[in-house]
Design a protein around this ligand. Structure first.
Ligand SMILES: O=C(O)CCC(=O)C(=O)O
Ligand SMILES: [Fe+2]
Length: 312
């Protein structure tokens, strides 16, 4: 096996306190025999964090002990929970984002969460409250193996490329439901318009892996017009989302998925018709993206405060 192939193997650690079963060949692992809570000890939390960086998405079945407050409590052990920049929190919670099919919701296009800000979340924790009998799975893709596999000439193109990400994206193409609901969602999601320039290749702050940072918030690549941007985008997304790079999770009520939002994209599969599908998410604060040459992500809009920028 070459070093490259070795790295692609989504194998469990030889030792460690967690019972981990890899799910797909390159991404995803189920963690068994653990009840998530705000009271987990530091060794278990450190092991979960390490497994997250290694496997990129972790699944925990049957976490019925978690209510909204406990989901937030666990998030606070993993890092610093943050609310969505524009969408109000779910009723009675401090940080939770409601993902409820009753609101016409299905994030059914590939994305990394909240990349329209420079320090977008490092992780997201999603809990299934109600799920369809069949359908409504979620897919995740490994953006590190996607980069690793690119032909050298394409690596050369993306290594110094930058992209503009915005929350004013194509809602109609990504969000199910009636036109009225799409409009309502757009009004809330885009109530403040953000634009951020990110390196297309982000160096993962913990693993040092190079990852592709694109997804549906990308508006264009710097120096390219929108027609060329769309084609480059399609090439990169095709590499990221090819089945070999993905894992698919069939939700049961009580499941929790945690993903490393710095090394993955994900999307829901909107094949569940009018059945109820209800999940709640909390995100963990991330750090500003950094490219291969150290270039950092930067906020373009809303115009950053000059004082705040100087103080950073
Ligand atoms: O509904 C899903 O499966 C995914 C939703 C999503 O994009 C998210 O929770 O960030
Ligand atoms: Fe998402």
């Amino acid at each position: 096996m070459t070093a490259l192939q070795q790295r692609f193997v989504n194998a469990r650690e030889a030792e460690g306190p967690l019972d981990i079963a890899p799910v797909a060949g390159r991404i995803g692992a189920e963690v068994r025999g653990i009840a998530l809570s705000g009271d987990l000890d530091a060794i278990t939390i450190a092991a979960i964090r390490a497994a997250l960086v290694r496997h990129k998405v972790l699944f925990f079945r049957g976490q019925f002990q978690l209510d909204d407050a406990a989901q937030e409590g666990f998030a606070a052990r993993l890092g610093t929970p943050i609310a969505h920049p524009t969408v109000p929190v779910a009723d009675g919670s401090r940080y939770l984002l409601e993902l409820d099919s009753r609101e016409g919701y299905a994030a059914s296009s590939w994305h990394t969460d909240v990349t329209f800000v420079p320090a977008y979340p490092e992780a997201s924790i999603l809990r299934a409250i109600e799920v369809p009998e069949a359908g409504g799975d979620t897919l995740w893709a490994n953006t590190a193996t996607a980069y690793e596999e690119l032909p050298d000439a394409l690596k050369l193109l993306v290594d110094n490329l930058k992209a503009i990400h915005t929350n004013l994206y194509d809602y109609a193409g990504t969000f199910g439901g009636s036109r009225e609901r799409v409009e309502k969602h757009r009004a809330i999601f885009g109530s403040t318009v953000y634009e951020t320039e990110h390196p297309v290749v982000r160096v993962h702050p913990e693993s040092g892996e190079r990852t592709l940072l694109v997804g549906h918030f990308v508006k264009n690549f710097v120096g390219f017009n929108s027609a060329d941007s769309q084609r480059i985008y399609a090439i990169l997304q095709d590499h990221i989302t090819k089945p070999e790079n993905t894992v698919r999770w069939n939700w049961r009520k009580g499941d929790v998925a945690i993903w490393d939002n710095r090394a993955t994209q994900h999307r829901a599969i909107a094949d569940f018709g009018l059945q109820r599908r209800h999940l709640r998410r909390v995100t963990i604060q991330g750090t500003v993206s950094k490219g291969i040459d150290g270039t950092e992500g930067r906020l373009l809009s809303p115009a950053p405060e000059p004082h705040a920028a100087a103080a950073e």
